[in-house]
Ligand binder design. Structure first.
Ligand code: PLP
Ligand code: TYF
Length: 392
């Protein structure tokens, strides 16, 4: 019976939004869920998206079904940004489809991993919790390795060991850039080595690219994806437009598969299409259509890239200010300056996380992950003082 089902825990990050909302203090700070915020603390719709939506309303003449692959114009317009304009892997070896956000793409990719007979998914820890949740739901065994060292650098020895023990029955999930939750990314030299190891061990790479453009730049953030794809015969890329176009609730993403022989692409993608049909039939159209209109229009593309630059610049400023604070109480904020994207982890104890909430009205995940975009030039000094207070 339905009532025999067991109570499930609420999503911890979404629960945090409620805690923050219920706090009456005017100077409270929300560093929880991963959405970008401006210096005024807002998450506005991009100007380029507003313009594209206006155009969409005026020109869209049908909302008839498109099929499980969604809007292929959207899927293809993104490809030069992800894979590079002159990439050899673009030569017929890659095909994509639209998905409901990066989550939908991950769900499909990992179901493909399972369906293709892979036994394990190797994942660096900590990772975005949904990676493990999707694997648990699919019955895919997860093998974890340590992603980062305490000093804010990647634990290359751990991934070397994990890959040395891996083989053809394994897939590995890698964050393309702006690692969630640590903000600690592989350097280009590390990607070079990882690409070589993946090829040598014949492990299938699944690259989660949910924050392209929020780290170092659109091109810079694609280094890992492109480097890995140049080294291996097969791979999948799970893309989200929900951060870099600010579309979050519109659920805009894409799944790309690369195979060695273009003749195999249709067969491979027919499986992804079948899985999509069994899950959501077709992806929501609106956000993807707006992204396509932007990417097909030079002026709108320039406007979007400019808005993305402003986001990235602001996050770099916040990071620089935190790094400048250096040793603060019992923690060192310096590594935050070289980390990327929305997130960094400060090694708070659970008691210190609680004290930040109760004594200072500052809310972030229990892991100590902060959303740096929740900090502004107006509240950052309060934050630094609170960190010194609870860790000192
Ligand atoms: N992958 C990572 C690492 C994420 O942090 C997120 C969440 O924001 C996603 C994928 C999924 O994003 P989306 O909201 O597009 O489903
Ligand atoms: O990690 C984050 O904050 C983002 C947003 O169930 C998010 O990835 C968080 C929780 C969730 C869905 C998205």
């Amino acid at each position: 019976m339905l009532i025999d089902l067991k109570q499930q825990p609420a999503d911890a990050l979404l629960a945090l939004i409620k805690l923050h909302n219920a706090d009456p203090r005017a100077d409270k700070i929300d560093l929880g869920v991963g959405v970008y915020r401006t210096g005024q603390g807002e998450t506005p719709v991009f100007g380029a998206i507003k313009a594209a939506e206006k155009k969409l309303v005026e020109t869209q003449d049908s909302k008839a079904y498109l099929g499980p692959e969604g809007d292929m114009g959207f899927v293809e317009a993104l490809m030069p940004y992800v894979f590079g304009k002159d990439s050899p892997s673009m030569g017929g070896r890659i095909e994509g489809m639209q998905t409901p956000g990066g989550t939908g793409s991950l769900r499909l990719a990992l179901a493909m991993v399972k369906r293709a007979g892979y036994k394990r998914l190797i994942v660096g820890k900590p990772s975005w919790p949904n990676h493990n949740q999707i694997c648990a739901d699919l019955g895919l065994e997860v093998l974890e390795f340590n992603h980062a060292r305490a000093d804010g650098t990647t634990d290359m020895d751990a991934i070397r060991t994990a890959l040395a023990d891996a083989g053809e029955a394994d897939a590995v999930l890698l964050h393309g850039c702006c690692h969630n939750p640590t903000g600690i990314d592989y350097s280009n030299a590390e990607w070079d080595e990882i690409a070589g190891l993946l090829a040598e061990r014949k492990v299938l790479p699944v690259i989660d690219l949910a924050y392209q453009g929020l780290g170092r730049g659109m091109e810079e953030d694609a280094y890992g994806v492109r480097r890995v794809l140049a080294a291996v015969p097969e791979a999948m890329v799970c893309y989200s437009c929900d951060k870099n176009f600010g579309l979050y609730r519109d659920r805009v993403g894409a799944l790309y598969a690369m195979v060695a022989d273009p003749a195999d692409l249709a067969k491979v993608m027919s499986n992804a299409h079948a899985l999509a049909r069994a899950n959501w039939s077709q992806p929501p159209d609106h956000g993807g259509a707006a992204v396509r209109l932007i990417l097909e229009d030079e002026a709108l593309t320039a406007q979007w890239l400019d808005e993305l630059d402003q986001m990235r610049d602001r996050m770099r400023q916040v990071r620089a200010r935190l790094a400048e604070a250096g040793k603060t109480g019992g923690v060192d904020l310096t590594p935050i300056g070289i980390q990327n994207g929305l997130f960094s982890i400060i090694p708070f104890t659970p008691e210190q996380v609680q004290a930040m909430r109760s004594e200072h009205g500052i809310y972030f995940a229990g892991s100590g992950r902060i959303n740096v975009a929740g900090l502004t030039m107006g509240n950052i000094d309060k934050f630094i003082a609170a960190v010194a207070d609870v860790t000192g």
